[in-house]
Ligand binder design. Structure first.
Ligand code: FMN
Length: 379
């Protein structure tokens, strides 16, 4: 039986459900061209804004690795260490809308069957900023972008009325989405910050504003470690650091938890999953929770900047997964999307042992003392 890799997500046809997320892999025409040639089904451009952007001195992103023998987590490269996470304090694209506009057009003309989503960001709190969102949206769709992703999620903004500061305020989420929807002729996705108490609240606000999909997660707020020898942060400028964003393997279970909250609250809505994906195994969790597409950043950055091997693995992993379930009648992502969403329940709904076999929590599991039947206390 042949595998159908294609998906339709928010009305857009994708030849496969794998996208590069808005980040360095999608910051230029040459990167996006290479990404499409490598097989990615779509890209979300690096976020485009109207305000001037100047990044800090030196590195905008670095990678933390951990060693099996001591579990040390550090940005220092050393042999045998495995990737733990990415850390970045990069701002949105430092290229202007005028720079992006002809490039969006050229890319779409060269790759009409690939999906190009424009990530956009402006401020909030007044009509002028809402018009900025509309100008960005109208320009990007006018040049041929297939959809818009509203960045309500950047955790390290140089302006208080932008990025995750919008994503933390349900009123702003709703108002900005509505303003963009007023002019949008293409689907509108909202990328939310994971740094709120209950992401369902902000997602509901975006849906009230007319959002076609929610995208989650952006990076999680974090700071780099302090080198115990130099007493300096492992990434700093003049000894100073500010809160940045954590991505990569370390955030996978955290991002999945956010996604599970979302897909359970809105089982009939569309979601694009991001966070810690480098292989199909991780992507599968997002699909099984209900996502229609998934996006990748950190793993792609570390694979020739646009992830040619990552996309190969994702595609072959998807094919194998579906072929292995051919007996269940699976042919495409739609056949298994969301089938594990309902397995997440309240803890009170999880089965407990009978009192005769209850050892007060002492079980033969890693990290716990050996079973101690004498401490069985339950009546
Ligand atoms: C260096 C860097 C720059 C990023 N820039 C953006 C951005 O401009 N807009 C955006 O929405 N997300 C941005 N992100 C977040 C990623 O798109 C993605 O949501 C996050 O890294 C989690 O995915 P991952 O675990 O695959 O890295 C950036 C991430 C990194 C590491």
């Amino acid at each position: 039986m042949s595998v159908d890799r294609s998906v339709t997500f928010t009305g857009i046809h994708f030849e496969n459900p794998f996208l590069l997320s808005s980040a360095p892999p999608t910051e230029s025409e040459s990167n996006i061209t290479r990404a499409f040639e490598a097989g990615w089904g779509g890209v979300v451009t690096k976020t485009i804004g109207l305000h001037p952007v100047v990044n800090v001195y030196g590195a905008k992103a670095k990678f933390m690795r951990t060693s099996p023998e001591d579990a040390n987590v550090s940005m220092k490269k050393r042999p045998g260490a495995a990737l733990h996470s990415s850390w970045n304090w990069e701002l949105i694209s430092d290229k202007t809308l005028e720079w992006w506009a002809p490039r969006i057009r050229r890319i779409k003309e060269a790759f009409p069957n690939k999906v190009l989503i424009a990530s956009i960001m402006a401020g909030s709190g007044n009509d002028k900023e809402l018009r900025h969102w509309q100008e960005l949206a109208e320009t990007a769709q006018g040049e041929g972008a297939d959809g818009l992703e509203l960045n309500f999620s950047c955790p390290h903004m140089d302006r208080r009325d932008m990025g995750s500061n919008i994503g933390k305020d349900q009123g702003l989420c709703s108002v900005v989405t509505e303003a963009v929807k007023e002019v949008a002729k293409v689907p509108v996705w909202c990328k939310l910050t994971p740094a709120t108490a209950d992401i369902v609240v902000e997602a509901a606000a975006c849906f009230r504003g007319g959002a076609d999909a929610i995208v989650s997660s952006n990076t999680f707020p974090s700071i780099p470690l302090i080198d115990p020898e130099t007493l300096e942060f492992e990434i700093n400028v003049d000894g100073l650091v500010s809160s940045g964003g954590l991505g990569g393997p370390a955030i996978l279970p955290l991002a999945l938890a956010k996604m599970a909250q979302l897909t359970k609250a809105f089982p009939d809505r569309s979601f694009s999953g991001i966070g810690g994906i480098s292989d199909f195994n991780q992507a599968a969790s997002y699909f099984l929770l209900g996502c229609g597409t998934v996006q990748v950043c950190t793993a792609a950055m570390l694979d020739q900047a646009v992830g040619p091997n990552v996309i190969k693995r994702l595609l072959s992993g998807l094919d194998k997964f579906i072929e292995e379930h051919a007996k269940d009648g699976w042919k495409s992502v739609e056949d298994f999307r969301g089938i594990r969403r309902d397995r997440i329940v309240l803890q009170s709904e999880i089965r407990r042992p009978e009192s005769s076999e209850y050892y007060s929590g002492y079980e033969t599991v890693e990290g716990y003392a050996a079973p101690q039947p004498e401490v069985a206390v339950r009546a």
